[in-house]
Write a protein that binds this ligand. Structure first.
Ligand code: GDD
Ligand code: MN
Length: 366
C-alpha cells in the first residue's frame, strides 16, 4: 500500500523547487526578453528553473517580461543603486535556488551555455564558474569594434594585476556571464558599483574554487549597449575600493595612517589656543570623523545597520577609546619624556588594534 503514491504532473517552473536561478539584469531590452526566455527554457528542458529579471528600464521591458511568466523585480527610477551590479545583487536577494546564473538580457551570452556552466560547477566542485571569451574555444567575436576589444583586454589585465592571487586562472575577469553557489554570495557582503559584478563576487564573496567554461560572445539581438565612458571611470573607482577593502586590515591601516596626519594637523591647530590635552581630545574627534568616512565608504560592507547607527556606534566606541588614548599620551609625555606629537602617534597605533577588532565586530558585525 505504501508504494502506491499519487502521480503528480508539475509544470517545471512553478512546483518543484528550482535547481537554478537565472538572474538577468535589464535596462531597455524589450525586444530581447521573449527570445531569451524561450531559449533558456529550451536549454533547460525539464530541470526546474526560475528566471528572475531585475529591471531598471524606462521603456516597456517590464510588460514584455510579465508576458513570459518569468519573475520580475522592477526598480523604479531613483531606486537603482549600484547600477548593473546593484541589479544583480537584488537578483541574488530574490533568488531561491542553490545555484545562481548571471547573464545579460541581450543574447550576447548564449542561453545554451548555461547548462554547461552548471555541469562544470558540479563536476569540478567549484563555487563559481566563469564563462570566458578568452579561454580555449571561446571568442569575443560580438564585442563590437577594436576599441571595445582593447578596453576589455586592458581592463581584464589591470584587474589581474591588482588581484593576482584572487584572479589566478581566471582569463575573463570582466565577464558578465557566470554561475555561483548562492550561499557563496551573501548580498549584505557585496558593494556593487556598476558593471563589474563578477569582480565584486570573486573578491568579496565566499569563493573557494573557480573554474571557467569557454563561450562565444555574440552580437546583440536588439537594442544597444549601455556601456559608456562613465561606466569605465566607475570601474576604476570600483577596483580601487575593492583593493582597499581586501584585506580589510590594510584599509584600516590606511585610514589610521592618514588619520595620524589629520589628527596631528588638528592637534597643532587647536594647540595654538588651547592646552595640549584639550586640543588632543578635539583633534581625536576630527580624526574619528575622518576614519569613519574612509572605513565606511571604502573598507567595510555596510551590513544591516543604517549609516547613522554605524556612525553612532563608531563615535561611541572611539570616544570610549579616547580616555585610553589621552591617558597613554599623558603617561608617555609625563613619565616617558616624549614630545606630545610623537607620543600621540604611538597612542594612535595602540588604539588602532583595539579599534580594528571592535569596529569589525561591534559596528559592522551581525
Ligand atoms: N538592471 C540594469 N540596470 N541592467 C542594466 C543596466 C542597469 O543600470 N545597465 C545595463 N544593464 C543590462 C543590459 O540591459 C544588459 O542586459 C546587460 O546589463 C549588459 O549590458 P550591455 O549594455 O549590453 O553591456 P555590454 O554588452 O556592453 O557588456 C556586457 O558584456 C560583457 C561581456 O560579458 C557586460 O556584461 C560586461 O560587463 C561584460 O564584460
Ligand atoms: Mn550587451
Amino acid at each position: 500500500m505504501a508504494d502506491i503514491a499519487p502521480t503528480r504532473i508539475r509544470p517545471a517552473e512553478t512546483a518543484a523547487p528550482p535547481a537554478v536561478s537565472v538572474v538577468v539584469p535589464t535596462r531597455n531590452e524589450a525586444g530581447n526578453v521573449r527570445p531569451l526566455v524561450d531559449r533558456l527554457r529550451a536549454a533547460f528542458g525539464s530541470t526546474p528553473t526560475e528566471i528572475v529579471f531585475v529591471d531598471d528600464s524606462d521603456d516597456d521591458t517590464p510588460a514584455a517580461i510579465a508576458g513570459t511568466g518569468a519573475r520580475l523585480v522592477h526598480r523604479p527610477a531613483g531606486q537603482r543603486a549600484g547600477g548593473l551590479g546593484g541589479a544583480v545583487v537584488a537578483g541574488f536577494r530574490a533568488a531561491t535556488a542553490p545555484w545562481v546564473v548571471v547573464m545579460d538580457g541581450d543574447l550576447q551570452h548564449p542561453p545554451e551555455t548555461v547548462p554547461d556552466l552548471l555541469a562544470a560547477g558540479e563536476v569540478d566542485n567549484a563555487d563559481a564558474v566563469v564563462a570566458s571569451r578568452y579561454r580555449g574555444a571561446g571568442s569575443a567575436g560580438g564585442l563590437s569594434g577594436r576599441f571595445r576589444r582593447l578596453v576589455s583586454r586592458a581592463t581584464g589585465a589591470l584587474a589581474k594585476l591588482v588581484f593576482p592571487l584572487r584572479l589566478r586562472g581566471v582569463t575573463d575577469p570582466m565577464s558578465g556571464f557566470f554561475a555561483v553557489r548562492r550561499d557563496a554570495v551573501p548580498p549584505d557582503a557585496l558593494r556593487p558599483d556598476g558593471y563589474k559584478i563578477l569582480l565584486e563576487v570573486l573578491v568579496r564573496g565566499r569563493i573557494g574554487r573557480v573554474v571557467e567554461v569557454p563561450y562565444t560572445f555574440r552580437s546583440r539581438l536588439a537594442g544597444e549597449s549601455k556601456a559608456s565612458l562613465r561606466e569605465g571611470l566607475r570601474f576604476g573607482r570600483h577596483l580601487l575600493t575593492l583593493r582597499l577593502s581586501r584585506p580589510r586590515i590594510a584599509g584600516f591601516a590606511l585610514a589610521g595612517a592618514s588619520g595620524i596626519a589629520v589628527n596631528s594637523g588638528a592637534l597643532w591647530l587647536f594647540a595654538l589656543g588651547l592646552p595640549y590635552l584639550v586640543a588632543a581630545v578635539l583633534a581625536v574627534q576630527v580624526a574619528i570623523g575622518w576614519n569613519f568616512l574612509i572605513i565606511d565608504r571604502l573598507v567595510m560592507p555596510p551590513g544591516r545597520r543604517t549609516r547613522l547607527r554605524r556612525f553612532g556606534r563608531f563615535l561611541l566606541l572611539n570616544n570610549t577609546l579616547t580616555p585610553i588614548h589621552v591617558g597613554l599620551l599623558y603617561a608617555m609625555v609625563t613619565y616617558g619624556g616624549l614630545h606630545y606629537l610623537a607620543a600621540n602617534a604611538i597612542a594612535i597605533m595602540v588604539v588602532f588594534a583595539v579599534r580594528y577588532l571592535a569596529t569589525s565586530r561591534w559596528v559592522y558585525g551581525e
